[in-house]
Design a protein around this ligand. Structure first.
Ligand SMILES: Nc1nc2c(ncn2[C@@H]2O[C@H](COP(=O)(O)OP(=O)(O)OP(=O)(O)O)[C@@H](O)[C@H]2O)c(=O)[nH]1
Length: 635
């Protein structure tokens, strides 16, 4: 959704939901720094996964479609999805019950260090209920808004969801967004109120919120403590009772949806598949509906929670498939796989994710360009929502302009490049895309269209050649205690936002909906919201400008003339530093005390410098750019 820059006209439909509970910890929480404890936990879990016994020991043929349930756990950030997944894995004997089981499905190092889920994870659980064996395929999804693309893809493999809500915080913005994803996909929704053990838990209030906002009768809510395991068995029973088995046909030809994929250095692409029809076995020849390329299946299996090869995968089941796909173009998420010579109508697939934050990425050392290129390619198989365009900069050399779904997404991608591929990169300050409606016929001819999208500020067409610029706007949801409503509304207005809706979700919590220009909220909106409740306000532009000027001052070599470094917002100078000039000692040969001669020499030097300052060019060394940009990214 786009709107003319600088005018109050808004149109289009919702893209992203932002949130904040001003007085509470939550949503766009600043990223915690990795701790030593987290690194140790990371190593323990590495051992857990690498010690997987990968023999084919599970026979999936014994699970008829009626005994299969496919479901996701969805929630707002930190409401306890991964902890509930741990308990479900323990209850079903998938993992041993030990005190060390904490967010077991968060396998990536970045997830364990930050304590957040960034990648949806699948686990197949075997559960005995009233004498019947069930196969429950569980997908744990991320809670942060930047990764909601992972949630919507995961839902395509499911018939139901557990909607987890914190008994203290209640419904938050991502609860609302995720509920609607599941609702629109017509899935069965089981509300689970978690953390009832907390001192301030108020499950009855949350029950009423759920009834009011989602129209789900409060007696359908299951109240649990995922941490202590209280009532978790009820959740498994509800999965069996309330979520229908998948509607599939095993006798039809194979129709498998690739809903996710990861890249393994040795085995190539590992595709996560949901079988809508038919059966697939090791040795089968399969075709990608997208590329029409044929592959031989090397391995099929389920995630239990680590890869567990099986003889076959049957319709209704969710598992993985390895078939020698080696690069990004072959491993399309949303692709349909079918058996060679048995083509089927492809499944609808997914709408591609729209990146909303763009940044330049360059290798610190240009000789690392090819290694970084290969790392970026492999990581984009794991994270197909990142877009990549080649780019180059005079100062930083050859690199790329990458598109991300948000700032946290950008940081996580950068961290994964460093941790999983040992790559060191410079990321430039993130920007949002703009559109320009061109008036110059020459430019229209050049671009072959009248309206162009600009993702790189360096390519902004000149004002004289443009009828109007358009900027992206997003619909944001803010849930706040009512005492902060006035302040939050003032902040939104200051960010050029237009109010769309306001509703009390209980006696003292308000849900506000605003249309925001994306540029106004992408970098520091969360900080500003948080500062409202902590009672302080910050002039971020000033402090950032000052910090950059200081860094540049330390990095620039001194010249024969003085250099002024200024940071400006529009025409207003907000910070200034000076790099002092080298001073040649013109008096060195002046022995004795002729003061007038000394003054004359100094005056001539000052005039020379003044002249030089007018004509002097400064060569900014590449290192200076790297230092300034790198420190900004590290912040
Ligand atoms: N007291 C209490 N704490 C809980 C409970 N369930 C989870 N937690 C804690 O809440 C925090 C977040 O739990 P997670 O399971 O990581 O939450 P999540 O929803 O998976 O988080 P994201 O994937 O990042 O969205 C952790 O510190 C858990 O230990 C509970 O029942 N009671």
């Amino acid at each position: 959704m786009w709107t003319p820059v600088g005018r109050g006209r808004w149109h289009g439909r919702a893209l992203t939901v932002w949130a904040a509970a001003a007085a509470h910890r939550g949503l766009l929480e600043p990223r915690p720094t990795p701790t030593r404890e987290a690194a140790a936990k990371s190593r323990t879990l590495d051992r857990l996964y690498s010690s997987a016994d990968r023999k084919e020991k599970i026979d999936l043929s014994r699970f008829s479609v009626e005994n299969i349930r496919n479901f996701s756990i969805i929630a707002h950030v930190d409401h306890g999805k991964s902890t509930l997944a741990d308990r479900l894995l323990e209850l079903t004997g998938t993992i041993d019950k030990t005190k060390n089981n904490k967010q077991v499905l968060d396998k990536l190092q970045v997830e364990r260090e930050r304590g957040i889920t960034v990648k949806a994870q699948t686990a197949s659980l075997f559960y005995n209920c009233e004498g019947k064996q069930y196969l429950l395929n569980l997908i744990d999804t991320p809670g942060h808004v930047d990764f909601s693309y992972e949630v919507s893809r995961s839902l395509s493999a499911c018939q139901g969801v557990l909607l987890v809500v914190d008994a203290n915080e209640g419904i938050q913005a991502q609860t609302v967004a995720n509920f609607f994803l599941a609702f629109e996909a017509q899935l069965s929704i089981i509300p689970v109120i978690n953390k009832v053990d907390l001192k301030n838990a108020d499950p009855e209030r949350v029950e009423k919120q759920i009834e009011k906002v989602f129209d789900i009768p409060s007696d359908e809510c299951i109240k649990i403590s995922a941490k202590l395991g209280t009532n978790v068995e009820r959740v498994l029973q509800a999965v069996i009772e309330r979520i229908p088995p998948p509607k599939v046909h095993r006798k039809n030809p194979l129709k498998a949806l690739v809903f996710d994929s990861t890249f393994d250095q040795y085995r190539g692409v590992i595709a996560n598949v949901a079988l809508f029809d038919g059966v697939v076995s090791k040795g089968d020849k399969i075709v990608s509906a997208h590329t029409k390329k044929t592959y031989e299946v090397n391995e099929v299996g389920v995630l239990n929670p680590n890869e567990q090869p099986t003889h076959k995968l049957y319709a209704g089941q969710v598992g993985y498939l390895i078939a020698g796909m080696k690069d990004v173009t072959e491993a399309q998420i949303g692709d349909t796989l079918y058996l060679h010579k048995q083509p089927v109508e492809p499944l609808p697939g997914f709408k591609s994710a729209k990146p909303m934050v763009f940044a330049g990425m360059y290798p610190i050392d240009q000789s690392e360009y090819n290694n970084l290129k290969s790392a970026v390619e492999k990581l984009t198989i794991n994270d197909s929502s990142v877009t990549v365009h080649r780019d180059s900069s005079l100062a930083l050399g050859a690199g790329w302009r990458l598109g991300f779904l948000g700032l946290l997404h950008m940081e996580v991608f950068n961290q994964r490049l460093e941790q999983e591929y040992n790559a060191s990169v410079i990321l430039t300050t993130p920007t949002v895309p703009y559109k320009a409606v061109l008036s110059s016929t020459k430019l229209i001819k050049e671009y072959r269209e009248k309206e162009i999208t600009i993702i790189n500020p360096a390519q902004f067409p000149d004002k004289s050649k443009v009828t109007e610029y358009l900027e992206p706007v997003v619909l944001g949801t803010i849930i706040t205690p009512d005492e902060y409503t006035g302040k939050v509304m003032m902040l939104c207005q200051a960010r050029r936002a237009v109010q769309k809706n306001m509703m009390y979700i209980d006696q003292n919590r308000v849900m506000l909906k605003y249309l925001f220009p994306l540029n106004e909220i992408v970098v520091d909106f969360y900080d500003s919201l948080k500062s409202l409740s902590s009672g302080y306000a910050r002039d971020k532009a000033h402090s950032v400008g000052k910090a950059i000027c200081e860094r540049l001052k330390d990095s620039l070599p001194r010249q024969l003339f003085e250099i002024a470094i200024q940071a400006a917002v529009g025409s207003k100078i907000i910070a200034r530093e000076t790099v002092k000039a080298y001073r040649k000692n013109v008096l060195a040969k002046c022995y004795g005390g002729d003061i007038t001669r000394k003054m004359k020499l100094l005056k001539r030097q000052a005039e020379g410098k003044k002249k030089l300052r007018k004509i002097g060019n400064i060569e900014v060394p590449k290192d200076a750019f790297i230092k300034v940009l790198k420190t900004q990214c590290d912040k």
